[in-house]
Design a protein around this ligand. Sequence first.
Ligand code: GLV
Ligand code: MN
Ligand code: MN
Length: 436
Amino acid sequence: MQMSCAVHSAQELSDTGRGEDAMFTTYTIDEKQIAQHLTQLGEIGRTADGGVHRMALSEEDRQAQELVSRWMEEAGMDVRRDHFGNLIGRKEGSNPNASLVMVGSHIDSVPNGGRFDGTIGVIGGIAAIRALHEAQITLSHPVEVVAFCDEEGPRFLGGLFGSRGMVGKIQPEELQRKDQEGITRYEALQAFGLEPNRMNESVRKKGDIGLYLEMHIEQGPYLEEMGKPVGIVTDIAGPVWLCVRVIGEAGHAGTVPMNMRQDPMVGAAEMIQAIERICRMDPMAPTVGTVGRVTVKPGGGNVIPKYVEFTADIRDTDVKRRDRVISQIKTFIEEVCQKRKLQCEIDIVMEAQPVECASHVIETMTKLSHKLSLDAPHMVSGAGHDAMLLADIADMGMIFVRCREGISHSPKEWADTEDIANGTRLLAETLLHYAK
Ligand code: GLV
Ligand code: MN
Ligand code: MN
């Protein structure tokens, strides 16, 4: 099914109630093509259960970037990659002095993830630009659609890489962090044909980007519960990633008496339980804590481990409360180490602050969503997004699209094409409002 949209001038759309009298131009959001693009992209790194495994800077990521870059060209954009591995499609506007409007998200996935996380924002951005291009609607502002590199971060333990890079938050030392095969990010960027030594050239400053817009699946259950296809984000929670290394004494599983062990595994088990308990202490707070990866060495079934490493992802919309929770977790970890005679190192490997979306963008999107009969509710994002970094240097707004049962980071992730197309209409109208 194809959907046609009335196009209003920026002036008319910013003025609720007068759009109806406006001169209409039409453009078409090609719903069928959105579905095709999602299927095609989902084939790259497809898992047996219908999900995707597309680690950043992998061969699959390279193929995905090639495919997306073709779609960007077909939509009338010039395509390049910056030194952080961000894929950028640009369409010039008619006014060379107008500020840049950027639309983005990501096409990498978590291990065994879903087909919609990130991808709908890139595919939707391209679909919106393509629709306007085909309807010969000229924007006065330049527009860039960006597929950010390594938003998810599991490979090198540091997500939001491309967006952190773009806003100047990557230190060269981070490029030395290795994946589980011992490949550094620096080497992976080079193997991708990039020049990480020149990454400073790809940093953008305040004023370089006027507005950043991102469409993403909700990854939670609320839109479905409310029976709404699309939502408007007001705030994004800030994640902190800890890497905890617990070091004990290796030994024979059959011979070392229980009271003589310095077993980092049981220490880590206590710590992980405490993370859950501490994050649940205030039942009214949205604090969440997750241990998603545990590495045990040497890893023999009959060997008391020497070393256990685990990640902890802690999030909240209130940075003070989040930091208080982290400090309680650290204190508890130290107590466990003392009690069990273990050594411990705790590193913060990634940190992003909670952010608010620009109030004028929320207001504009709200009006536009009523005009489109979408009546998008306001909501908070518990998940992190590239948008939270772009908010450092630009006004920022986000659109959420309903996903089935709120499931995400799973092969079961699903969003209906019709809902994605509705989100894309709101994205296109917001673009017209700000960029025309
Ligand atoms: C991104 O998916 C995140 O970790 O929130
Ligand atoms: Mn994700
Ligand atoms: Mn995502």
